[in-house]
Every structure is written in structure tokens, then in C-alpha cells.
Design a protein around this ligand. Structure first.
Ligand code: LMR
Length: 410
């Protein structure tokens, strides 16, 4: 019965880890998956998370009971505030529906299922390039995807002209998936002025916006600054259309394996004839149906940790410091990598490494060079040339620069 099933290639990102773990060379560097490492190259449990775990376990009502289908309310409400801002109008006007999801991927999947059910004929526009899983998530749900130009390889900067013209020529009412900050894989974000023109162009064509917010706090170390695009979108679209937001706590709380995240739908202001409460109830019921049929109810432990961090003043303060620790170490590594390449007179200009933001650098290295880095130097990165800068540390950055210099030169 199953003899003819196609063998699919392994996931290109997770397979990097697999190859690396089987590599017996003494010096190897993992610049593959986007997961923060400390300066010793080790996973880092955030001090705020360690503290939150103690708080949870000390609580006399500590247990492993089911959460409600919509998840932990203290998490979803706290999460909405982090993203939208404490005194956000949409929150005050009670226009936000928030449910817990299986991290960012689960939130995107939920969005995809929602679109399939209520606007399945719409095209989903993804940036070129984008996080590889975006295509898989939407296409698995049967949605048709298209791309909008984003990265200009010649200038290693944003192709704003191409971006705007794709928005202009997309069928009216298409869905645009926008990376809220720290674009994956390029590490290149529009500046504030560019965001304004992108959102204005989207409004002009009645497109729908879905923000993927997986790195808030990772770009600048500042949650508010990294939420600029989302908040501008909310302001501009408040009278116009709903906004969908997928929020992950994998990176900024370091909860990679706990799958803590939220899915938010922010409704526009309605005229008096519509009861927003009824609309919200209906949407909630649809989202609950999705969750119940797929995972029954979302996982509790990570949600409790994140919620504790978000709802305790001291822990929140510690978390903000933790994000600065992570983002500033990454920025330092960007500089050291660039400076080492310059010192080695590696052909080309490497300033884009320091200009980019968040976890990743789109290095501009060719797939051939990436292969040689792995084969000859045990330096692992994604075939597209994306390097997770978090994998660099003071002990290996010089080695990596020398390896890059070698493959660029020969
Ligand atoms: C990445 O892009 O490396 C991360 O978002 C991990 C993942 O799930 O792809």
C-alpha cells in the first residue's frame, strides 16, 4: 500500500544540525539554526526564565492540568500588551482577539487555516526570500503563494521599488506576510519611512496584513522599538481592515522547545450597526475549533513561564536586560566578523554584516562557498548564505573569518 510513497529530502535547516553532530572534526561552528548561544557557544537559559520557573514551582497551586482551549489568558493578554504597547488604542477599544498557539509556526498555521476557511481564494504574498517554512505552512493548507521582491543582491539592500510595485500589481485584497522586525533570513528591515510607504501602498489596494513577529527585542534589544512596524500598521489600518499577528516567544524568551506563542487578530473600528463583541465571539469560536481538533489545548508549561515573566514587574525588568544581553552580544559579533574580514583583506565589502539586524546575516556567500565552508572548515550555515550570528563567539569568530576569506579567495 505504501510502497510508492516518495522519499522527501530532509528539512534543510534541521539537517544542518544532524550533519554537524555527526562531524568528528575537533573544531566546528554552527551558524545554522536561529538559536541564541552564549559566548561559550552554549544554549542560554535566560535568568528571567530561571527565576520564573522557581516562582511557578513554588506556587502551592502548581500542577500540570489542561489549559483552556484558547490557552492561558494571563499569557495572551500580557503578550498582546508586549506587542501592541501598554496603552494601545485597539486594546483599549477591545478590538483584539488573542489565543495561545504552538509558537510562531502554530500561529501561522492557525492564520493559514483561518484564511482557507474565510478567504481561501486570496493569494498569500511572501518576501523574496523568506523563512523557508512560510511557504510550507501556507501551501500545506492549500493556499496559493506568490512573492514580493525584498532583497537586492547587487546592493545588499531593500528593493523598495520592486516591493512597492508588487503591492501595486497584486490582486486587490491579497494577503501580505510582513516580518515585524529582524527579517529572516536577510537581517534587513525597512526603515521607518519605508515602512510607512509599504503600509500606505497596502492600504491603497485593500490588502490584508499578517505580521510575523518572531524576533521582537532581538533586533534592537528594545521591545517598543522592535514593534514599530506592527504599531504603525495598527494605527494606519485601524479604520480599514483586520490585522493578523503571529507572535513567537521562542527567541526573545529563549523558549525554543516549549512552543509558546500567540495568535492575534486586531479588528478595525466598526460602525455602530455591528457588535464587535459578537464578531470577536464568532472569531474566538472558530479559532477554538481549530485548536481543539488539532491539539485539544495548547501546552501549559512554557506558557506559564512566559506569563510569569510578562506579569511580574521585576522579572519583566530582568527579561528586558536579558534581551539586551543577547542582542548586544550579537551586534558585537557582527562587528568582529566584519573587522576580521577587513583585516584579512577579504575581497568585497562586508559592511552589510553590521548593517543587518537580529539573529541573521545574509552574507552574500554563494551556495558553492557555503558547501566549501562546511566541507573544508566545518563551518555550517544555510545554503542561501544565511548565517546565524548567534553561533559566533569570541573563541571562533576569527576562525570563521579566516575560513570565509579562504573560500572567497580560492
Ligand atoms: C530559523 O529560521 O533558524 C528558526 O526560525 C528555526 C526554524 O524553526 O526554522
Amino acid at each position: 500500500l505504501f510502497n510508492d510513497i516518495d522519499l522527501l529530502p530532509p528539512d534543510s535547516l534541521f539537517n544542518i544540525k544532524q550533519r554537524l553532530s555527526q562531524d568528528s572534526r575537533p573544531v566546528k561552528v554552527d551558524l545554522g539554526i536561529g538559536a541564541y548561544r552564549d559566548d561559550n557557544g552554549k544554549p542560554w537559559v535566560l535568568p528571567s526564565v530561571r527565576e520564573a520557573e522557581k516562582v511557578i514551582q513554588k506556587d502551592p497551586s502548581y500542577n500540570h492540568e489542561y489549559l483552556g482551549i484558547g490557552g492561558l489568558t494571563s499569557l495572551t493578554q500580557g503578550a498582546a500588551k508586549v506587542l501592541l504597547g501598554d496603552d494601545n488604542k485597539a486594546l483599549k477599544e477591545k478590538r483584539v482577539v488573542s489565543v495561545q498557539s504552538l509558537s510562531g509556526t502554530g500561529a501561522l498555521h492557525m492564520a493559514a487555516r483561518f484564511f482557507t476557511k474565510f478567504c481561501g481564494d486570496k493569494l498569500v504574498y511572501l518576501s523574496d526570500p523568506t523563512w523557508a517554512n512560510h511557504n510550507a505552512i501556507f501551501e500545506t493548507m492549500g493556499l496559493k503563494t506568490a512573492t514580493y521582491p525584498y532583497w537586492d543582491p547587487a546592493t545588499k539592500s531593500l528593493n523598495l521599488k520592486g516591493y512597492l510595485s508588487a503591492i501595486e500589481s497584486a490582486p486587490k485584497g491579497s494577503i501580505f506576510v510582513l516580518h515585524a522586525c529582524a527579517h529572516n533570513p536577510t537581517g534587513l528591515d525597512p526603515n521607518q519611512e519605508q515602512w510607512a510607504s509599504i503600509l500606505d501602498a497596502i492600504i491603497k489596494k485593500d490588502h490584508i496584513v499578517l505580521f510575523d513577529s518572531a524576533y521582537q527585542g532581538f533586533a534592537s534589544g528594545d521591545l517598543d522599538r522592535d514593534a514599530f512596524a506592527v504599531r504603525l500598521g495598527l494605527e494606519k489600518l485601524a479604520e480599514v481592515s483586520p490585522i493578523f499577528i503571529c507572535q513567537s516567544f521562542a527567541k526573545n524568551v529563549g523558549m525554543y522547545g516549549e512552543r509558546a506563542g500567540c495568535f492575534h487578530i486586531v479588528l478595525p473600528r466598526q460602525d455602530q450597526s455591528v457588535s464587535i463583541e459578537n464578531v470577536k465571539d464568532a472569531i474566538n469560536s472558530q479559532l477554538a475549533k481549530i485548536t481543539r481538533s488539532e491539539l485539544s489545548n495548547p501546552p501549559a508549561y512554557g506558557a506559564k513561564i512566559v506569563s510569569t515573566v510578562l506579569n511580574d514587574e521585576q522579572l519583566t525588568e530582568q527579561w528586558h536586560k536579558d534581551m539586551v544581553t543577547m542582542s548586544s552580544r550579537i551586534i558585537k559579533m557582527r562587528h568582529q566578523l566584519r573587522d576580521n574580514l577587513v583585516k584579512l583583506h577579504t575581497p568585497g565589502n562586508w559592511d552589510h554584516i553590521v548593517g543587518q539586524t537580529g539573529m541573521f546575516s545574509y552574507t552574500g556567500l554563494s551556495p558553492e562557498m557555503v558547501k566549501r565552508l562546511e566541507k573544508e572548515h566545518a563551518v555550517y550555515l544555510v545554503g542561501s548564505g544565511r548565517a546565524s550570528i548567534a553561533g559566533l563567539n569570541s573563541g571562533n569568530v576569527e576562525y570563521v573569518a579566516k575560513a570565509i576569506n579562504e573560500v572567497v579567495n580560492h
